[in-house]
Design a protein around this ligand. Structure first.
Ligand code: ADP
Ligand code: MG
Length: 456
């Protein structure tokens, strides 16, 4: 029997039969690695990319231990959006076909509260929902987790991105101490590891993506004339097509000049340096981090503390002052196991300095080999909406999400990162949906209050 055969697991005949019926012939890697531990009742933190079969990994585990005769909520699954919760519920229903009468209920924001009360009165074994709405039911005592023994955080990184960490913490306060906690995430960040350390016990750590391989950064050096620098920069963008990029320059003046020139050339760029006010700096960083700006032009100091999960490219527009700065700058790319690209431009008079960087892997190439591509543009995928309300107004990510997705509003997939600050909140909205989102928030209410809303 192969190691990926479901029969290697201690599953019931009925479950195995159903898996076969629905066409699951063998386990996917994430299932093969995590299910033995999940079935043992261990806490598991698992990373795998989208489409790798995470739902069945936790789904088979939780259905296996479910006591069908005990009609109480035994499992809670938290998801970032209604669409994802619906998908999980659908997959669970398919997996649950081996038994009769397993009740799975979804509770998400953006849907009317009243009908949910009715469904809750009828009871459920498994609840799938978004953190904000689940919390609301817990506070109103319309949902009890007294008999719950399994908690799943699905797409935990996305939930954190959407600003749900506070709600998740509060939901945890309503759960029994003794429970199995399964945490799934496409990326491993410090935040994810923190959450795991806080809420999991002795968790088994499973990674199935190439993250274990050392980050791969391809480093290229180009000698250019000063007057050719901007064109070379744009050629680098058009030839290598980065999703997002930080361009380092050594002076504030240079940083501003580069950003302005790029904007004129239809490349979406923002500048950040020490002369900006704190709020301006924050606006820029929020936009870069949530995908509303693709090119950030920065001085070393300004880029300090910047934590961008997936940066595809770093360009040293000016030579860094020494190997240490160089390593620090380019180390920001190739996060999360992705290949990173690092470019360094130097002028003829800097050749000696540049050659000190030579080693077996760094490529010194001729910039004229880059193709000139006409009509190249870089537009951001998202646009940021600012809401003049934040923590002090008790605004939460769930409230904003509810206001955007409720009553034939936007789909959850149109909404990116949500960040809540003291007095303001920032929401990333897919480019094509910005008008709809803007008018929905402008004309609607959040927490029964009207807030000013504008596009950043
Ligand atoms: P993820 O949550 O990791 O993004 P899903 O759990 O949504 O991925 O699974 C992706 C798809 O793979 C779904 O259509 C699911 O039905 C299917 N799938 C999951 N496990 C198996 C398996 N063992 N064999 C065949 N298909 C599977
Ligand atoms: Mg999933």
């Amino acid at each position: 029997m192969s190691k990926t055969d479901f029969k290697t697991l201690t599953l019931t005949k009925e479950m195995l039969h159903n898996l076969n019926e629905i066409g699951y012939k063998e386990m996917t890697p994430i299932q093969a690695q995590s299910l033995p531990f999940i079935l043992e009742g261990r806490d598991v933190i698992a990373q795998a990319k989208t489409g790798s079969g995470k739902t069945a990994a936790f789904g088979i585990g939780l259905l296996h231990k479910l006591q069908v005769k005990k009609f109480r909520v035994q499992t809670l699954i938290l998801c970032p959006t209604r669409e994802l919760a619906d998908q999980v519920a659908k997959e669970l229903r398919t997996l649950a076909r081996f038994a009769h009468n397993i009740k799975i209920l979804t509770l998400c924001g953006g849907s009317a509260f009243g009908p949910q009360l009715g469904s809750l009165r009828h009871g459920a074994h498994i609840v799938v929902g978004t953190p904000g709405r689940i919390l609301k039911h817990l506070k109103k005592e319309t949902l009890s987790l007294k008999d719950m023994d399994t908690l799943v955080l699905d797409e935990a990184d996305r939930m954190l991105d959407m600003g749900f960490s506070e709600e998740i913490n509060e939901v945890l306060g309503f759960t029994p101490k003794e429970k199995q906690t399964l945490l799934f995430s496409a990326t491993y960040t410090d935040e994810i590891m923190d959450i795991s350390a806080k809420i999991q016990k002795d968790a088994i750590n499973i990674k199935t993506t190439s993250i274990e391989v050392a980050n791969k950064i391809t480093e290229r050096f180009y000698e250019v004339q000063n007057s050719q620098k901007i064109d070379t920069l744009i050629n680098i963008f058009s030839n290598f097509k980065p999703e997002n990029v930080i361009v380092f320059a050594n002076t504030k003046v240079e940083v501003d000049k580069i950003a302005q020139t790029l904007q004129k050339r239809k490349i979406d760029a923002l500048a950040i340096h020490g002369d900006l006010e704190q709020y301006e700096r924050n606006d820029v960083l929020v936009q870069f981090a949530n995908g509303s700006c693709r090119v950030l032009v920065a001085t070393d100091v300004a880029a300090r503390g910047l934590d961008i999960k997936e940066l595809s490219m770093v360009v040293n527009y000016d030579m860094p002052h020494g190997e240490e700065t160089y390593t620090h700058r380019i180390g920001r790319t190739a996060r999360a196991g992705k290949e990173g690209l690092a470019f360094t431009l130097y002028e003829a008079y800097e050749t000696d300095k540049a050659y000190e960087y030579k080693n077996e892997t760094r490529l010194f190439e001729d910039a004229s080999k880059l193709k000139e591509i006409d009509g190249f543009e870089m537009k951001p995928a998202y646009i940021t909406l600012v809401i003049e309300g934040g923590k002090k107004d008790k605004v939460r990510a769930g409230d904003i999400l509810g206001a955007l997705t409720g009553d034939a509003g936007l789909e959850g997939s149109a909404i990116g990162k949500i960040e809540i600050y003291e007095k303001q909140s920032y929401v990333a909205i897919l480019n094509s949906k910005i008008d709809k989102a803007h008018s929905k928030l402008k004309d609607g209410k959040i927490k029964a209050k009207r807030f000013s809303v504008w596009i950043l």
